[in-house]
Design a protein around this ligand. Structure first.
Ligand code: FAQ
Length: 305
């Protein structure tokens, strides 16, 4: 039996592929790409919410937000570790992100303009992330699947705290309700874009599904998110900014309007509202943190002997 056969059999039998196992080069490459992008998203994703740490409206909200942002840093670190089990160096993929040669999620290139954005990010952005990541708990690469289990537990706390913060605004004054609706209007479509292009335009999906790296297509997960979330918007007494949204009794799903793919492509190509600002912030942090890395290395070298 060849190594390729053994690999195919493990995939067919749903036995996780582990770092020491033989795997096709393209499988390894795809995983480094996806796990790397996922890690970068967690790290860049700290910025939009970090923007509100000093302006949270109460001590309680500040403590929750601080914990959430720290969790995102932790997720990034588990994911970089998972990527490293595939033989890449985290410095290398991190540098690629800083140079704009590796992607991170489009959603983090939108600004956080008011406090309701923070509730809405927890509710919609982490909500979308969970739909995607629950599926990834069964991804075929063991270290990625195991990282997802812990990450999903933390993301559910993020989603719940976001919905709770939105619910407080929904029960508040007229201007608080307007602020919430404005945040929903700005984040709804970008949240749907998080699931990636339609299946017909998704170059990586077919192979990733065959290798069980992805367990569902982009469109199926996006539909699941819409079906989960529309009733929550209604519960808050808010509206979805989509004139084509309607419940289809026969299919048991919501139908929704066309995503602005031009906007999506622009953001992914680096021309979104905050792309430059986000990368500049990460480059600055990398340069200003050089002394920490040097000190850690010097300390480690001293303790080896
Ligand atoms: N943004 O062929 P596909 C979070 C790229 S959650 C930017 O369909 P694939 C939690 C894609 O990479 C967010 N680029 O690709 C949090 C590919 O480019 P490439 C992170 C996108 O990989 C919450 C090209 O388009 N979650 O961080 C996007 O099969 C709050 C063609 O697309 C994950 O990364 C996009 N939205 O499917 C943190 C989940 N969509 O590489 C802080 C894991 C697509 O060929 C605060 N990733 N592209 O040059 C995945 O599940 C998949 O990678 C998809 C894309 C579904 C994102």
């Amino acid at each position: 039996m060849t190594e390729q056969h053994r690999f195919d059999e493990r995939i067919a039998q749903e036995i996780a592929i582990e770092p020491q196992d033989w795997m096709p080069d393209e499988y390894r490459k795809t995983l480094i790409r996806q796990i790397g992008q996922h890690a970068h998203s967690e790290i860049v994703g700290m910025l939009p919410e970090g923007n509100w740490l000093t302006r949270a409206p109460s001590l309680k909200r500040k403590a929750i937000l601080l914990a959430k942002v720290q969790d995102e840093a932790g997720h990034g670190l588990y994911l970089y570790s998972a990527a490293e089990t595939l033989g890449c160096a985290r410095e290398d993929i991190y540098q690629k992100m800083l140079d704009g040669r590796m992607k991170y999620s489009s959603i983090f290139n939108y600004p956080t303009l008011n406090w309701a954005d923070i509730g809405v990010i927890g509710w919609l952005v982490d909500g979308a992330a969970i739909v995607n990541q629950v599926a990834l708990c069964r991804t075929s690469y063991g270290p990625y699947a195991r990282a997802m289990v812990k990450i999903c537990k933390e993301e559910s706390f993020h989603q719940r705290q976001g919905f709770e913060a939105c619910n407080v605004l929904a029960q508040g004054s007229e201007s608080q309700r307007q602020m919430l609706q404005d945040a929903i209007n700005r984040f709804w479509w970008p949240a749907l874009m998080m699931f990636g292009p339609n299946d017909d335009n998704s170059p990586n999906s077919a192979q990733s599904l065959a290798w069980k790296i992805k367990r569902f297509g982009n469109d199926e997960l996006r539909q699941r998110f819409v079906d989960n979330t529309v009733p929550q918007v209604e519960l808050l007494g808010m509206t979805v900014p989509d004139k084509d949204l309607r419940w289809n009794e026969e299919t048991g799903h919501y139908e929704f309007g066309e995503i602005d793919w031009h906007e999506f492509n622009e953001v992914v190509a680096g021309r979104g509202l905050c792309n430059e600002e986000r990368l500049a912030a990460k480059r600055k942090a990398w340069e200003e943190g050089a002394w920490v890395r040097e000190a850690a290395l010097a300390y480690a070298a001293k303790n080896v002997g």
